[in-house]
Design a binder for this molecule. Sequence first.
Ligand SMILES: Cc1cc2nc3c(=O)[nH]c(=O)nc-3n(C[C@H](O)[C@H](O)[C@H](O)COP(=O)(O)O)c2cc1C
Length: 192
Amino acid sequence: MLDVFEEGKVYEVLLVTESNVTPVGVVRNGEKLKFKLFPGKSFREVLEIGKASIQLTNDPELLVRTALNLPVELEFEEQKDYRWVRGLPGVYGDVTSKVERWKDDLGETEVLICELAPKGIIGGRLPLRPFSRADCILVEMAVLFTRYLVTPREDLKEKILELYSIYRHLGGMSSVSNYMVSFLTKKNQNER
Ligand SMILES: Cc1cc2nc3c(=O)[nH]c(=O)nc-3n(C[C@H](O)[C@H](O)[C@H](O)COP(=O)(O)O)c2cc1C
């Protein structure tokens, strides 16, 4: 299963923990998948429980909606201490982690540096979905948006709005994109 991940390349996947599903960027390192969690529910659950599933999706809406904690229709399956989304291929296993200080241009925080060692394979199939640049842009908007929620910087907002215009130009019409844009523009009105 890990063969589908090229070593060193970042893949956007779903991380399923005891009570949460969120997108994370993982990098394969040999027989392990590495990722980094900023403070939040997944951070806490991985640190406390140390068990998770990593699942593939080619659905940009799913990545974005789970990042923004918007409603999604998912069914789950469980096996002992692990659970995962029914139908999506992936792996489950134990996560070793360590808390580190993290400093970047958005400030200083704690991060959980994680490594999942697969214990079992989760069967599933991805639906046929043609590649769309609009989908890539929607995902990028959401990455910046989750950063904006932590640090509401003007340059992040501008970048998201810029991406939104490219997204629309490419025919993207997701309601989640409108959600992000109205959040940003309403906030702007409140500040005036
Ligand atoms: C495509 C994508 C990839 C993301 N990757 C990560 C990641 O690797 N680590 C992380 O902490 N947050 C990542 N995020 C942001 C989280 O999804 C978001 O902050 C979420 O609310 C995490 O909080 P939670 O654990 O409380 O659900 C990503 C968001 C998107 C849209």
